[in-house]
Design a protein around this ligand. Structure first.
Ligand code: SAM
Ligand code: MD0
Ligand code: SF4
Length: 354
């Protein structure tokens, strides 16, 4: 197969097959990769123009009962943890809204305190934030019960984010230790049934193959995810994977972003500041991203995930800094009307009937 013809056909609207995606992800030639990014950026511009969505990241509890091999916040890692109270979360969310963010991403570890009483703590926080701000609300609560999904939606959750990391069951078992693959996969099905949009994501650089990534991209489409992401694994101190060589470049992530864009022209795809900080924004936007995520205000004690501290207290993940940077890349922050228009046109049918 001539892979230049393949990406041209995708750009012209042909639906990628898993075999084609695998071949494109596996072919590592710099000129070819650039052609791939350029095709993806053109498709993104066709769908979104030069607007880009901006998401504030509120990692409000770093307590977690799980032991994911890749994660700094796994239960047994002896680190300092925090849990922001309701008033603190509201103040942070209101500050982000005032600064002009499109969506607040309420993220937590699988914190036993917030999971207690049938997930009461999580639902209450979402409801309080909904009563306080008019931005979109993403909830990233980990894997919760099916019955919790309608409650999160009723409380005001707009998008549920739960990342499968990989669709390779064996690799999943080694990454998300003692967790149920199908229960996690069902999170997005249940959330959609309850009327929320959903986000899936893959981790790149965890022994995943081009085939795994291609299959995962197909599954993201089959599950009708409105937002999809790829993030490069960053080794974390104190974890079983701490001695894995840090990534030398981010090519596999960038190629996954570009292929996701060509496979699903209108989806939201993050350029996450959590991987390479602001230095990584340009390449991710050039590969077809349509959202900037992990914007974190400085000096309020919030952490990132893959980069717990990087670029936070120097203010480089603040909205003003990121907005200027995005503008220097020819992007314009989406208005709230544009955000809600996107949301309305991508709502699952369940919500349309409400
Ligand atoms: N605890 C919830 C969960 O696991 O679904 C929500 C937050 S979790 C910290 C968010 C995501 O961060 C994970 O699903 C994973 O994709 C990503 N992540 C965690 N550790 C990472 C690392 N070391 N490098 C890159 N991404 C990482
Ligand atoms: C990000 N650090 O957007 C966040 C996080 C959780 N919904 C997202 C991984 O990069
Ligand atoms: Fe906990 Fe999420 Fe980290 Fe896994 S990825 S250890 S569930 S915070």
């Amino acid at each position: 197969m001539d892979l230049y013809n393949t990406i041209q056909a995708w750009e012209d609207g042909q639906k990628p097959t898993v075999d084609e995606m695998e071949a494109v992800l596996a072919h590592n030639d710099p000129d070819f990769n650039n052609a791939l990014y350029e095709a993806a950026a053109r498709v993104r511009d066709r769908e979104f123009g030069n607007k880009i969505f901006m998401y504030g990241f509120v990692y409000f509890s770093t307590y977690c009962k799980n032991e994911c091999a890749f994660c700094y916040y796994r239960r047994t890692n002896e680190i300092e943890r925090y849990r922001k109270n309701r008033d603190e979360v509201l103040e942070i969310s209101a500050g982000l809204e005032k600064a002009g963010i499109n969506l607040v991403d309420l993220t937590m570890g699988e914190d036993p305190k917030l999971y207690a009483d049938d997930y009461k703590g999580i639902v209450d926080i979402v409801k309080s934030v909904r009563d306080t701000v008019d931005t979109g609300i993403m909830v990233s609560p980990g894997a919760v019960s099916k019955e919790t999904m309608p409650r999160l939606r009723a409380a005001g959750g707009d998008i549920l984010a739960v990342y499968q990391e990989t669709c390779n069951r064996d690799l999943f078992a080694r990454m998300r230790l003692k967790q149920d693959y199908d229960f996690r996969m069902n999170q997005r099905v249940w959330a959609r049934e309850a009327g929320m949009l959903t986000e899936d994501g893959m981790l790149v650089g965890i022994e995943d193959t081009p085939r795994d990534r291609a299959e995962h991209i197909r599954i993201m489409g089959d599950m009708k995810c409105s937002q999809v992401r790829a993030m490069t694994f960053i080794p974390q101190k104190g974890t079983p994977l701490q001695n894995v060589t840090p990534p030398v470049d981010y090519t596999d992530e960038l190629k996954a972003i570009a292929v996701m864009r060509l496979a699903y022209p209108d989806v939201l795809i993050p350029a996450s500041l959590d991987v390479e900080g602001t230095a990584g924004l340009k390449s991710r936007v050039a590969a077809g991203a349509s959202v900037i995520t992990s914007i974190v205000p400085p000096d309020i004690g919030l952490a990132g995930v893959a980069q717990p501290e990087f670029n936070i207290n120097d203010g480089h993940r603040s909205i003003d800094y990121v907005r200027n940077l995005a503008e220097s890349l020819g992007r314009r922050e989406a208005t709230m009307k544009e955000f809600w228009d996107y949301y309305e046109s991508h709502r699952p049918e369940a919500t349309l009937r409400c």
